[in-house]
Ligand binder design. Structure first.
Ligand SMILES: [Zn+2]
Length: 225
């Protein structure tokens, strides 16, 4: 089964078939990875890069949706200055807080150093691509999502998934009320394709609207948008 997919001219996906997160590659002037999964997917990660004729040295930035280890298992191979994460999660990762990140659960020994910290919302200029960093706390206090307005692609980390599911909040710095706010916020975007941190992507505006409707009813949020 092929787990590496080209989604658009510039966007590639490593669909993880195990506990490691999905990994996304946006191949523009400044190529970026979104999350790096677990070390057991390091070979697949190299295949993802090869698919776009890139190697690790070509990657400008590694952007993390949040600080759980299943999303950063290969990030130690990139320098602190390449690694980005929201500061609330980055501080816990930089101080190797295993009760937050669960590195030992995933048998990871190599913690990354995060040199760049998101604070507010911002737009990252990758060349043609303008990637919007959205604050979506709840699963963790420093969870972020990434949005590509031109393509209406949302990379949602562990905030929302494609099967009407949301991230768990019974973890350190998790907060269910914040998660609900974040889901409401994301539901107001036009989303042509949802690329979550785990499991399948969801393509089509209508399918995504239906997905949010399901999430709202599961969370007792009323009709939402
Ligand atoms: Zn997580």
């Amino acid at each position: 089964m092929n787990t590496i997919k080209q989604i658009s001219d510039r966007v590639f996906m490593l669909a993880s078939l195990n506990a490691g997160s999905n990994v996304y590659l946006i191949n523009d002037e400044k190529p970026v990875l979104i999350d790096t999964s677990l070390s057991l997917n390091s070979v697949k990660l190299n295949e993802l890069l090869s698919k776009a004729n890139l190697s690790k040295q070509d990657i400008a930035f590694v952007l993390h949706t949040h600080g759980h280890a299943d999303h950063w298992g290969n990030s130690f191979e990139f320098s602190a200055q390449q690694n980005f994460m929201h500061k609330l999660d980055a501080e816990l990762v930089n101080s190797e807080r295993d009760d937050f990140a669960y590195a030992s659960l995933y048998h990871l020994k190599n913690w990354p150093k995060i040199g760049n910290k998101f604070e507010g919302e911002q737009i990252l200029n990758l060349g043609e691509t303008k990637l919007h960093v959205l604050l979506t706390p709840g699963h963790t206090a420093g969870s972020v999502s990434f949005y590509l307005p031109e393509l209406k692609f949302l990379f949602s980390g562990d905030t929302v998934f494609s099967e009407a599911a949301v991230g768990r909040t019974d973890v350190l710095s998790g907060n269910f009320d914040s998660l609900k706010e974040s889901v409401l916020k994301l539901s107001k975007l036009e989303i042509e394709a949802l690329f979550p941190g785990h499991w399948k992507e969801l393509v089509s505006l209508k399918a995504n609207q239906e997905n949010f409707r399901q999430i709202f009813s599961n969370l007792n949020l009323g009709s939402g948008r």
